[in-house]
Design a protein around this ligand. Sequence first.
Ligand SMILES: *Cc1c(COP(=O)(O)O)cnc(C)c1O
Length: 236
Amino acid sequence: MIADKLQQVRARIAQACASASRPVQSVTLLVVTKTYGPEAVREAFEAGERRFGENYVQEGMDKIASLADLRGAIEWHLIGPLQSNKTRVVAEQFDWVHSVDRLKIAQRLSEQRPAHLPPLHVCLQVNISGEASKSGLMPDEVAATAHAVAKLPRLVLRGLMAIPEPAADFAAQRVPHRQLREMMQSLQARGLALDTLSIGMSADLEAAIAEGATLVRIGSAIFGERPILRGAAPGS
Ligand SMILES: *Cc1c(COP(=O)(O)O)cnc(C)c1O
């Protein structure tokens, strides 16, 4: 079941790459497992997936612990909000953080990344639709933050991430994705070696790939609609 859905998602990615004249290897699939149990991760792993994304720190930690036998083979990505009191466990347990939205969080992650592990890969989350309720850096804060984060010794700044507002059609979906890609290109032009544009979810992966997504974060298209979210606050 999960294997079939995964195959459908891979086919959508391949089709979107073909339409954009991009090689299919230029887009990485991140399997988003928030709210689904460890068995779902194991099933996707057995179907060949190696990169998994979690939104909630505690839920991610629990899943990493119950899948300890796969730890060396899986790359764990935190894609949800991160409060400063949770940075230590994240620095110790995760491989990537996509949701860095202020310098202070990046500084803590760098200080707390254990010496025996490789540097932590990070993206800056940008509030690309400028929504008051959304997390992420405002567009005018991105350049200064990116240059500061790039200097931190125990982090590797890989690129930018965004969760655009839902949009009705393909053309409208492309707009925020294009803005994020242009923002990354301007950082690259100013000397930052970035290679990751983390955009595209189940509803808009085609538009994201058309605008240059290098990593799409897909949950419901693989696992079905999520159960009602638990009472916990985001980031808990
Ligand atoms: C849940 C989530 C996803 C996956 O969304 P789907 O629509 O289920 O594919 C991707 N990115 C983030 C940050 C999420 O919270």
